[in-house]
Every structure is written in structure tokens, then in C-alpha cells.
Ligand binder design. Sequence first.
Ligand SMILES: Nc1ncnc2c1ncn2[C@@H]1O[C@H](COP(=O)(O)OP(=O)(O)OP(=O)(O)O)[C@@H](O)[C@H]1O
Ligand SMILES: [Mg+2]
Length: 209
Amino acid sequence: MARGRFISLEGGEGVGKSTQLAALEEALRRRGFDVLVTREPGGSEGAEAIRRLLLEGEEGRWNARAEALLFAAARSDHVAKTIKPALAAGRWVLSDRFLDSSLAYQGEAGGLGIEAVRDLHRFGSEDFLPDRTLVLSLDAGEGRARARHRDGDEGDRIGGRPPSYHAAVERGFRLMADAEPERVKLVDASGNAETVTARLIAALGDLLQ
Ligand SMILES: Nc1ncnc2c1ncn2[C@@H]1O[C@H](COP(=O)(O)OP(=O)(O)OP(=O)(O)O)[C@@H](O)[C@H]1O
Ligand SMILES: [Mg+2]
């Protein structure tokens, strides 16, 4: 059986990842693919337990290195228990966030460095990578305004960090797109949801042949 494809959807808070994941799932199903939707941190039983450790509690609950290790540990379990078995069964896997969020948030914005965080992925998940990473990009603040409109003022431990942190996250995603242009595509997330979905499908074009 042909191996399925692994697609990750990335971007800052509130840019429309979850909205677009549902739209992409639908579009791929219509094309006859068997699709598994998953998310990070989480996506397997062990990784969902780690998700609660990461997103709940005080801002100072973890130091930056411990936080990066927890993300890498969660991802290792997610890859081994959920993603690889689904791909081997010929399914397409769509993940709401994956490695590039760790590279942008913990590596670039958190100051650990992109290479240090990539090293954790080399160890934890043997550098297993998506076939395509779609990064939704919006003008600074616009995504957070969408998220605030959705949630009111509440953010989680990481979403609640200051604007300078989130600007560095955006820079991190752009660095990844520059470094790995075949895998990582920046997609304009402005405009209505249907327009954004069409851009995402176009950015998957070669994989859909
Ligand atoms: N193209 C769009 N135009 C306007 N609003 C949108 C668009 N796409 C999504 N939204 C709305 O913006 C809010 C954030 O979208 P969504 O939850 O999909 O973002 P997200 O990237 O998954 O956020 P988070 O980082 O918090 O998980 C939601 O209320 C959603 O309905
Ligand atoms: Mg979401």
C-alpha cells in the first residue's frame, strides 16, 4: 500500500489553523483520501497528558529548556503512536501544529535557538518531518484579534505571552520557510476562510497529483 502524506498546519495564535484544518480534511476526503486529523501538543494518549502539563498552570511553571523537552517528548509519542502507523496504513495525516511551532516558539522566540530545538527533534523523533508544512501568516496582531474575538481575553500559558514574543514567533516561521522552501510554504491567511483554503490546496498541488 502507498504511504500516506503528512501535512502540518502552522502559524501564530488565531490565524485560522483549526478552521483550515477542518476545511482541508473535507477537501481531501472529497478527493478520496482517507484522512486522520490530529494536533500538537497532543495527538496520542501520552502526549495529551503532556499537553495539560504544558498549557495549564502558571507562566513560570517550566523553565524554557524543560518546556522544550516536554514538547519534544510529547511529539516523540505522537509520531510513534499516531502519525507513523496512520501513514503506514496509507492514510493522510493533517496535524494542527508540529515541529515548526517548537522551532518558532521555543527556539526563536524563547531564545533557545532553532538548532538546539531541532536537535531535540533529532533525538526524540529521529528528525521525522512532514511532507509539507503550511504556515498561515497574517499581519502582526490580526490573528490575536481573531482569537480574542473567539475567546474574550483568556489565553493559555503560551498564548498569553507579550506581543514581542509573538512577533519573534512569526520571524521564526519565516526563517523556516527560507531554510526549507520545498517543505515549508508561507500562505497568506488574510481574507475569508474559503479564499485561504483555496491557497492551501494550491500549496499542496504537487502532492495531490
Ligand atoms: N479567514 C478568516 N477570516 C476571519 N475570521 C476567521 C478566519 N478564519 C478563522 N476565523 C476566526 O478566527 C478565530 C480563530 O480561528 P481558529 O480558531 O481557526 O485559529 P487557530 O489558528 O486555530 O487559533 P489557535 O492558535 O488559538 O488554536 C475563530 O473565531 C475563527 O472562526
Ligand atoms: Mg486552533
